[in-house]
Design a protein around this ligand. Structure first.
Ligand code: ADP
Length: 733
C-alpha cells in the first residue's frame, strides 16, 4: 500500500473530519453534562469516522485493504441518521411534541442500525464490494442498503414533521423558533449529503457530500454562536474572529503574491518578504474590524450577565441624576444587546399620565397620542411585572392584542421592560429590535429583568432626590416669605406700640396736672386753710383726697412705664443709706397697717449697711409698693420688713402672713397688668403695674427682684437685692 496523501481528492474528507472533531470536542467540553451535547458529539463522531475512513480509502492502493475499509467506513455512516433523530428528540424534549411513537421509533432505528451493522460485517447484503473510480475505491452496496436508505428517509421526514409541529406551538419562544429554523436548514444540507449514495450504485461523480456537511457544520457553528444554541460560551467567538481575520488577510495576500511572482519572477524573495510584512502590519487592524462586525451582527447575544450587571451596579451606585442614569443604561445595554433603540416611559403619580423623559434612536411619536396603547402596556403588563414582547403579544390571540402588537411594531418596538419599586410601577424601559435582527434570548430577558429592577430603584432614588431638592427650594422660598411677613408685622407692631406709649404718655401728662390741682386744694381744705368744715363733709373730702392719691399713683406708674419703654426714664443716682429710707417708709405705713390690725415690723440689719448708689425717689417707690402690697394682701397677722448686707449685695425683703401666691401665678407676677386670680376680690383698685415698674427700677440698679410663697393662704415674701460692686454710676439708663 502506498499512500498518496493530500491530493485534491483526499484532502476534503480529511478537512471535514478534522473540523467535525474540533466542533464535537468543543461542544462536549463546554456542555459536559448535557444529553444534547453528547448526542451532538455522537453525530460528529460518526461523521468523523465516515470522513476519515474515506480519506484513507481514497489513498489506498491495495484492493484487499479497500474491501475492508468500505465496510469499516459504512459502520459510521449507518449511525448518522439515528443519531440525528436522537438529537432532535432531545432538542424538542420540553416542547411536548414527542409521542410514544417517536420513542418506539428511536429504539427501532437503533435496533435496525444494529442489524445493518451486522449485515455490513457478516453478510454481503449491505456492502457487496467496491467500485474503482478515478479518485480511488468506493463501496458498492446491496439490497439491505436500500432498507437503510428507506429508514433514513423516514427518520428525516419525522424530524422535519416534529420540528414543524414544535415551531407552530404558541409556547415556543421566539429564540427557539429561530434556532429551529436554522436547524432545519442545517439538516437539509446534511441530508443532501445522501447524493453520495448514488455513487454507491455506480453513478460516477466525485462524492462531494463533504460540501454539504461542511455547510451543516457552519450553520451549526453559527447557531451555537448567535442563538445560544447548546449554551456555548464566547470562546468560540474569539477563535472564529481570529480565523476569519487570518483568511481575510491571507487569501488576497497569496493571490497578489502569486500574480506578482508570475509578472516579476526575478523579485520572488523580495515579494515574499513584502507580503509577510504587509500581512503582519494589516492583521491587527483587520482583526479589530472583524471583531466589531462580529460583535454587532453575529455575537450580539454573547455577553457575560454577571459582568454587565456588575458594571451597571457600579455606575448606577454613583449617580442621583436621572439623565446620567438613562445614559449609563443605554451605553451598557447597548454594548451587551446591540438593540436599535432604547427609550423610557415614566408614569406620574396622577395615574394615566405618561412621559417620555429619554429616547435613544427611537422613532417615538412626539406626543403620546396613543393613550390606549400606554394604558394597555401599563395596566395589562407592567402591573404583572412581566416583560412584554411583541412576539408574544402577536401570539396572544385576542384581536386587541394583535392590533396593539401592530402599533408597537410600527414604532419598531420589540420589548417593554417594567420598572417596579415596592410593587409600584414607576415606568417602563422600551427596547427596539436587535441590530442582528435576532430575537431576544432567555438570557437577554433574564438580564433585562435584573437590570429593570436595578434601574427602577436607581430611578426612584434619583426622582426622590430631585423631589426633595425641589421641596427644599420651595421650603426656602416659603421661609423667606414668612420671615419677610413676620418682619413687616413686627415693624407694624412696633409702630403701634409706639403710638400706644405716646398716647399713654400724653394722656397721663394731661391727667397729672388736674390731679395735682385737686390734691393741692383738697389737702388745703382738709388742713382747714379755707376755714373749719363740718365733720361729715370733711369725711367725704377725705375720700376724695384718697382716691385722688390712688389716681396720682396710677398715672405715675403709667408715666413710668411709657418712659421706661421708650427709653426716656431718667435716673438720678446719689449715694445714700437704704436702711434710713426703709425705716422712714415703715413708719409712714404703720397707720394703714394698724388700721387693718396688722403688726408691721422692721427687722434692722445686724451690721450697718454700706452706702448705696441709688435713685432715692424711685427705690423708695419700690419699697413703698412692696410693703403696701403686703398690707393690702394680708387680712390678719403680720408684715415683716427686713434688710441685711449679704456679701456683695444689700438684700431687702417683705414677708407677710397674707393670701399667698399660687404656683401658677408665680411666672406672671412681674408682668405688665398682671394680677393674681382672687386678688381683685380683696383689693379692687389694683392695676397690676406696681411689680412690673418695680422690676424695671431694680434692674436699672443692676439688681434683681423675686417673690416666694408656699402657696395660697400661706403668706408670701417679696425681695430684691442690689449689688454694691456693680452699681450703676452713670446718671441715666
Ligand atoms: P396691684 O397690687 O395693683 O394689683 P402689683 O403689680 O403691685 O399690682 O401686684 C401684682 C399682683 O401681685 C397683685 O395683684 C397680687 O395678685 C400679687 N401680689 C403682690 N404682692 C402680693 C403679696 N404680698 N401677697 C400676695 N399677692 C401679692
Amino acid at each position: 500500500m502506498s499512500l498518496n496523501l493530500f491530493t485534491e481528492y483526499t484532502l476534503p474528507p480529511l478537512v471535514s473530519a478534522l473540523l467535525f472533531f474540533v466542533l464535537g470536542v468543543f461542544v462536549l467540553r463546554k456542555n459536559k453534562n448535557k444529553a444534547l451535547a453528547w448526542s451532538f458529539f455522537l453525530i460528529c463522531l460518526a461523521t468523523i469516522w465516515w470522513q476519515f475512513c474515506w480519506f484513507i480509502l481514497f489513498n489506498v492502493q491495495s484492493a484487499q485493504l479497500a474491501s475492508i475499509l468500505v465496510r469499516v467506513g459504512y459502520a459510521g455512516i449507518i449511525f448518522i441518521s439515528v443519531f440525528l433523530f436522537h438529537f432532535s428528540l432531545i432538542l424538542l424534549k420540553d416542547l411536548k411534541v414527542i409521542k410514544t411513537f417517536d420513542k418506539f421509533l428511536l429504539w427501532l432505528a437503533y435496533g435496525l442500525s444494529a442489524v445493518f451493522e451486522f449485515s455490513l460485517f457478516f453478510t454481503n447484503t449491505f456492502v457487496q464490494g467496491y467500485y474503482v473510480y478515478f479518485w480511488g475505491y468506493y463501496p458498492r452496496v446491496g439490497w439491505m442498503h436500500l432498507v437503510y436508505v428507506a429508514l433514513t428517509l423516514f427518520l428525516i421526514t419525522r424530524i422535519v414533521i416534529l420540528l414543524i409541529k414544535a415551531y407552530r406551538k404558541p409556547t415556543t419562544s421566539a429564540l427557539q423558533k429561530s434556532q429551529m429554523k436554522y436547524f432545519v436548514v442545517a439538516q437539509i444540507f446534511y441530508n443532501l449529503a445522501a447524493v453520495d449514495f448514488l455513487v454507491n450504485y455506480g453513478v460516477e461523480f466525485y462524492p462531494f457530500a463533504f460540501v454539504f456537511i461542511l455547510v451543516f457544520l457552519s450553520i451549526t457553528a453559527y447557531i451555537i454562536m448567535t442563538q445560544r444554541f447548546m449554551n456555548v460560551r464566547p470562546v468560540l467567538r474569539n477563535s472564529t474572529v481570529y480565523l476569519s481575520s487570518l483568511i481575510i488577510v491571507l487569501v488576497p495576500a497569496l493571490v497578489v503574491k502569486y500574480w506578482l511572482d508570475a509578472v516579476l519572477p526575478s523579485f520572488i524573495y523580495w515579494i515574499d518578504f513584502l507580503a509577510v510584512v504587509a500581512m503582519l502590519s494589516i492583521f491587527p487592524y483587520i482583526r479589530n474590524c472583524v471583531n466589531r462586525f462580529a460583535n454587532k451582527y453575529l455575537f450580539s447575544s454573547l455577553y457575560d450577565i454577571k459582568q454587565v450587571v456588575a458594571e451597571l451596579s457600579d455606575k448606577l451606585g454613583t449617580t442621583l441624576d436621572t439623565a446620567k442614569i438613562y445614559e449609563v443604561i443605554t451605553k451598557i445595554l447597548g454594548g451587551a444587546l446591540h438593540m436599535k433603540g432604547l427609550s423610557f416611559i415614566t408614569i406620574s403619580e396622577v395615574k394615566s399620565r405618561y412621559r417620555v423623559p429619554y429616547s435613544h434612536s427611537f422613532t417615538w411619536p412626539k406626543k403620546l397620542a396613543k393613550q390606549p396603547l400606554y394604558d394597555f402596556i401599563f395596566k395589562d403588563f407592567v402591573v404583572k411585572n412581566k416583560i412584554l414582547s411583541v412576539d408574544e403579544l402577536k401570539a396572544a390571540g385576542s384581536s386587541k392584542a394583535k392590533r396593539l402588537a401592530k402599533d408597537l411594531e410600527k414604532i419598531k418596538l420589540e420589548l417593554v421592560v417594567p420598572l417596579i419599586v415596592n410593587d409600584k410601577p414607576i415606568g417602563v424601559m422600551v427596547l427596539g429590535k436587535k441590530e442582528s435582527k435576532d430575537s431576544y434570548s432567555h438570557e437577554d430577558l433574564e438580564l433585562l429583568r435584573i437590570i429593570g429592577a436595578q434601574t427602577a430603584i436607581a430611578l426612584e432614588n434619583a426622582l426622590l432626590y430631585e423631589e426633595t431638592k425641589k421641596f427644599n427650594a420651595k421650603l426656602i422660598k416659603e421661609v423667606d416669605k414668612a420671615t419677610h411677613d413676620l418682619k413687616q408685622a413686627n415693624q407694624e407692631l412696633k409702630t403701634l406700640d409706639h403710638a400706644k406709649s405716646d398716647f399713654i404718655s400724653i394722656a397721663s401728662h394731661q391727667l397729672r396736672t388736674p390731679l395735682t390741682v385737686i390734691k393741692g386744694y383738697s389737702s388745703m381744705m382738709l388742713e382747714g386753710s379755707f376755714g373749719p368744715m363740718p365733720k361729715p363733709i370733711r369725711n367725704h373730702l377725705r375720700k376724695v383726697y384718697d382716691s385722688n392719691e390712688r389716681l396720682i399713683d396710677l398715672v405715675d406708674d403709667l408715666l413710668n412705664i411709657s418712659r421706661i419703654e421708650s427709653g426716656r426714664l431718667q435716673f438720678n443716682f446719689t449715694s445714700g443709706q437704704l436702711d434710713e429710707m426703709v425705716k422712714g417708709v415703715v413708719e409712714e405705713l404703720k397707720p394703714s397697717a394698724a388700721k387693718k390690725g396688722l403688726a408691721l415690723k422692721f427687722i434692722k440689719p445686724k451690721t450697718s449697711l454700706p452706702p448705696l448708689k441709688m435713685d432715692k425717689t424711685k427705690l423708695r417707690q419700690v419699697v413703698i409698693n412692696l410693703i403696701d402690697n403686703a398690707i393690702k394682701y394680708t387680712e390678719k397677722g403680720w408684715v415683716k420688713v427686713s434688710l441685711r448686707f449679704d456679701g456683695p449685695a444689700i438684700k431687702f425683703c417683705v414677708a407677710d402672713s397674707g393670701i399667698g401666691i399660687k404656683d401658677s401665678t408665680m411666672p406672671h407676677l412681674f408682668k405688665k397688668f398682671s394680677r393674681g386670680e382672687k386678688t381683685s376680690i380683696i383689693y379692687t383698685e389694683g392695676s397690676g403695674l406696681g411689680l412690673y415698674v418695680g422690676k424695671m427700677m431694680i434692674e436699672a440698679h443692676n439688681g434683681r427682684i423675686w417673690a416666694e410663697s408656699k402657696g395660697e393662704g400661706k403668706g408670701s415674701e417679696f425681695c430684691f437685692e442690689i449689688p454694691i460692686s456693680k452699681q450703676q454710676t452713670t446718671n441715666s439708663k
